[in-house]
Design a protein around this ligand. Sequence first.
Ligand code: HGY
Ligand code: MN
Ligand code: MN
Length: 449
Amino acid sequence: MTDHYAHWTKQIDGARIAHQIEQLSEIGRTPQGGVTRLAFTREDAAGRARLREWMSAAGLQVQRDAVGNLIGVLRGKNPDAPILACGSHIDTVVNAGKYDGIVGMLCAVECARVIQANGGLNAPLHVINFAMEESARFGAGYGFGSRVMTGAEISKQELFARDRSKVLLARALQELKGWETGAKIATERTALAAAHKDIDASRYDWTRVRAFLELHIEQGPVLERAGKPLGIVTAVAAPTRLQIILNGEQNHSGTTPMPLRHDALAAAAEMILAVERLANEFAAQRVVGTVGMIQAEPNVMNSIPGRVELRVDIRSADADAKRACVQSITRALEWIASKRGIGMELETLTDETPIAFSDAVIQSIERVCAAQNLDALKMPSGAGHDAAHVARVAPAGMIFIPSRGGISHDPREFSTPTEITRGARVLLGALAALDSTNPKDPRADSRTI
Ligand code: HGY
Ligand code: MN
Ligand code: MN
């Protein structure tokens, strides 16, 4: 198969991308060698400032929407042609690796640089850095910036979410905006109204977009175990996230006989094991269940814990299996709470539907992989990505590169410069292929499962 775009893709400068990854990873470096650049913090602002410099240097006209999404624009030869878009995120979880989101974002900028150096595409190119992709700071749904851009409802409960320092999400949004634009920072009291106004102002018109592509590290072991150099993502698992508050009875740990106890932490322990057991029962449908957060009060050695808060993350690309598993888990938690005489408040923080990517975009990526003699594997994504939110409103697709040992959200996260450069070349090839006027319009078939 002829690689019509080889003259472009060989201009991808892998060394530049590798250098930028290292530079970005210095911002928010942790003692363990990881990176913590939580969304809307000073570290995030510093990382975004560095990214903006690279986007401008690549020839992109960078705009910032009111919630902080950065949109770099490269004019096309035909300004009225449907837009091609690509991008990812650069905010991180706590003590993260240096590749999650960052690889896709920097490779998108490098593609823009090569495209600009070669006179541009027929279509306008939009390179997007989505704000707050990670839910690590405020613990609700992931992909805040992409949900805002794609018109998803942002609940008051999410805007009122607080981080560990009790900062309101709505206020953190205003702080970043104040640092980056000089706008007056809203007070906590006025932050909610200001946030709603900024959200409404940040809806992006995806009807102008022909296709959106995101390159990302796999964050799992599938490609490495299959010995494949690349993944073409078919679907993205979606999370259902629960907040569980357990109200037992705080008491003296030395004087309270065992039969008289209502120990909220012991109940939580039984519930955590129930989540693991029941998720395992749906493992064949690739359901996963995790209790990643726990807070016990008063959290001292000689008091029986009276109150515990848990956060549960249940995911699958199979909507029916996920629903059945969530129902089983909910019943099990209710039974445990009742058996132990513990009060339980269960709140659904987010309940998203898995999505399938556009067949036309998947086929474009497949053709590019074949032209570049790459044996790619079609696979679902267990992790959530901004592209999953975009796929609800426009034809979208994703390209994966392998993660060493399948590790992610950890300082050991690693992909080689060769794998990263290979991913950038496929991303560039797919943008060029989608730019030509002849393929079937990808808008025809985006759908959810
Ligand atoms: O949670 C996720 O799947 C992603 O890392 N935001
Ligand atoms: Mn992540
Ligand atoms: Mn990511």
